[in-house]
Design a protein around this ligand. Structure first.
Ligand code: 0GY
Length: 294
């Protein structure tokens, strides 16, 4: 692994779709800067620096107000780069950490004070060799007093095997990229049906209606993605989140124009009311609950 990857569009367009005031990009990452925050020795890809300044400039260009920064696998369990970005956001970013199972409760409390609101469990073998379910369940119990949630990243063919693990998680669960369903199967295909079955099993399971670029090989305007995902957003409108996924880790071909990703939003959240929930009300409830008036 020698080449550092640039996985993002170098000149994203200004979207035509105007997001509601206070919109949250609830899935994005930062990389490095490497000289300050070196990548993990176990990283499966080596990206160029994608700095907080770049992320916040994109946020402004796309018309968003806040970010939820998810610790990327290339930084392992050292959350310093994510925390550095949150610290530089003037309170407009919060984060999801990846933690070593041996982390102390005092360190979890420090992460909370630094803006972390959950931990991510990643089951993608191409990103991480080890996903110890028993340790993850222990962590899930230990974050309960902090009112955190877990973010789980898996591919659709793993869902059946993961069901008992997910059932045992005592805190809310957020599913990255809807568990990567095959969107070509359509809104009633087996992958979306299995996801609906999971969502129906508990009211505290959320999903990110994200990554047409990863899930729909037909490319923009990502019709199969829109077709499969719009009914989910309508039916589970209080539990969906949206994010750019910038800087699109690992994408080396079909790198999306972030402006096009934003222009996709009205095709999956087809009314102003749904857009308000997807982009503002839902992420605020999950990440900035103290600012939400019930
Ligand atoms: C994503 C997706 C990917 C990568 C990571 O942490 C990561 O490295 O999440 C991927 O390669 O599918 O959500 O960023």
């Amino acid at each position: 692994m020698s080449e550092r990857i640039i996985s993002w569009h170098n000149n994203p367009s200004k979207p035509r779709f105007v997001v509601p005031a206070g919109a949250v990009d609830a899935h994005c990452h930062v990389f490095g800067p490497m000289t300050q925050f070196p990548f993990s020795a176990k990283a499966k890809y080596l990206p160029e620096d994608a700095t907080p300044e770049m992320l916040f400039a994109l946020r402004d260009q796309l018309g968003f107000s806040r970010n939820v920064i998810v610790q990327a696998s290339c930084h392992g369990t050292d959350n310093s780069a994510t925390l550095n970005a949150i610290a530089g956001s003037n309170g407009m970013a919060r984060g999801i950490a990846v933690v070593d199972p041996e982390i102390g409760n005092d360190q979890l409390a420090v992460l909370h004070d630094s803006g972390i609101r959950g931990v991510r469990f990643n089951f993608l073998k191409r990103l991480l060799e080890n996903a110890p379910k028993d340790k993850f369940i222990e962590i899930a119990h230990r974050i309960e007093p902090l009112a955190w949630h877990v973010v789980v990243y898996f591919e659709a063919d793993l869902l059946t095997e993961l069901r008992s693990f997910l059932d045992a998680i005592p805190v809310p669960i957020v599913i990255d990229h809807m568990g990567r369903p095959d969107v070509i199967q359509g809104p009633e295909g087996p992958d979306i049906c299995a996801l609906r079955d999971l969502l129906d099993s508990r009211e505290d399971i959320w999903f990110k209606a994200t990554c047409p670029d990863r899930l729909d090989a037909s490319g923009p305007p990502w019709d199969d993605f829109a077709n499969a995902v719009a009914p989910l957003v309508a039916d589970y409108s209080d539990r969906c989140l949206w994010g750019t996924d910038w800087p699109h880790p690992n994408m080396q071909t079909a790198i999306p124009d972030d402006g096009n990703l934003v222009d996709m939003i009205p095709r999956i959240a087809t009314t102003k009311a749904l857009q308000q929930k997807l982009l503002v009300d839902n992420p605020m409830r999950l990440y900035w609950p103290e600012e939400v008036q019930e």
